[in-house]
Design a protein around this ligand. Structure first.
Ligand code: ASP
Length: 380
């Protein structure tokens, strides 16, 4: 299948967007709604020579909401869900030169409303789309607040070589510098890039590509917010082509076998934590608790006591760290130190932050609960 994501084929860059297509193009622009203009103002558009629409691969765009689907409500004077997947695609007419975009409006919610029920629904839609031979990849438009959780969930549960590209926007569709259109166009270009295959779910904003397992939102408002800590970006979406500098080496597949995932809670360690929240999670029926510990994976004595109580009641305890880089390791031997938590039967979350460790635990607990088997999954 001919793809159009590579050098020189998209008609993007190297030309002043204002001049592309000449007068006819400008006349057409005048007729477009304001929203589309936001996209057109910086994205050059032209059909690549020799490429006809019929030859283009299909890219499925699954819309779930987030700032990328929001506009300012004049009464509330605040961004609220407003635009559909089709309206978002209409902000980038040039995307039609890259792929045939099919839209599915799965939800239109801020991503703080995403939950395991929606993840499962989304996963089913992604799997269905990728199973079609003519589909090159899937784009998921999503709020940025929990984007990395959804990305990791899909990375673990979708068994396909085809790319899944998650996008969002830091600026909403009412703002002059709305970043949604560029991110959407870039996502389509990644989907049709042969180099994107085998890299799983990726988060792509601000021309930068991150791997699902590593990516984190690092800034509340900057457009450069998604980063991969010590590991750095996977690649970038340049004017001429999509460039990958490395591959994510720690990907694994954990099949989604249930409609309803086990209840896993997250409890934070902090100066003076007394274990109340661990006991509350056990009482509420948690199958596992991810403790967001300190440093190498350390807690104080009251938290340690609560962890031991939980494990005695057959609740799995996973130890992650609130530190952004590095792995948790059973190093310290004082009561509550990582070594003593490990000895008490806790599972160490490697370098996964608590919210991603929770996702791996939820999926793993569908079929296994033995801490030794669980540890192997976290070590992979
Ligand atoms: N609260 C929004 C969300 O995650 C923020 C965003 O999309 O950037 O849905």
């Amino acid at each position: 299948m001919k793809t159009s994501g590579e050098a020189g084929s998209t008609g993007i860059g190297w030309r002043d967007p204002c001049c592309v297509g000449g007068r006819a193009w400008k006349r057409g622009v005048r007729k477009l709604p304001a929203l589309a203009l936001a996209g057109l103002s910086f994205l050059a558009l032209s059909l690549p020579v020799g490429v006809v629409a019929a030859e283009l691969p299909v890219v499925k765009m699954i819309a779930t909401g987030g700032t990328i689907a929001m506009k300012i409500d004049p009464v509330k004077n605040a961004p609220v869900p407003a635009i559909s997947g089709e309206e978002l695609v209409a902000t980038v007419p040039g995307i039609a030169n890259v792929a045939k975009i099919e839209v599915l409006n799965l939800a239109n919610v801020p991503s703080e409303y995403m939950d395991p029920v929606l993840w499962v629904k989304l996963q089913r839609a992604v799997v269905e789309a990728l199973a079609r031979p003519e589909v090159a990849g899937v784009i998921v438009s999503h709020g940025t607040d929990t984007l990395e959780e959804t990305a990791y969930f899909l990375d673990l549960t979708v068994d396909s070589d085809k790319p899944i590209v998650l996008i969002g926007a830091q600026r909403n569709a009412s703002e002059k510098d709305f970043d949604g259109p560029r991110n959407l166009l870039n996502a389509a270009r990644i989907c049709v890039s042969p180099d994107a295959r085998g890299k799983g779910a990726m988060v792509a904003l601000n021309n930068q590509i991150n791997a699902a397992r590593e990516v984190a939102k690092t800034h509340t408002s900057d457009v450069e917010t998604f980063k991969s800590g010590d590991f750095g970006f996977l690649g970038s979406v340049d004017h001429d082509r999509v460039v990958f500098s490395r591959a994510p080496l720690r990907r694994q597949h954990v099949a989604l076998t249930r409609e309803k995932l086990p209840y896993v809670e997250i409890v934070a360690m902090y100066g003076g934590a007394d274990g109340t929240m661990i006991r509350a999670a056990v009482a509420a029926g948690a199958k596992a608790i991810v403790v967001e510990a300190l440093g190498w994976g350390n807690v104080n004595i009251p938290m340690y006591d609560a962890v031991r109580e939980a494990i005695a009641k057959n609740v799995v305890v996973v130890v992650a760290t609130r530190v952004q880089n590095g792995r948790v390791l059973p190093v310290y031997g004082n009561k509550g130190g990582g070594q003593t938590l490990k000895d008490a039967g806790a599972v160490m979350a490697d370098n996964l932050p608590a919210h991603k460790a929770r996702i791996l635990a939820m999926l793993a607990l569908q079929t296994i609960s033995d801490p030794v088997a669980l540890q192997k999954l976290f070590d992979r």
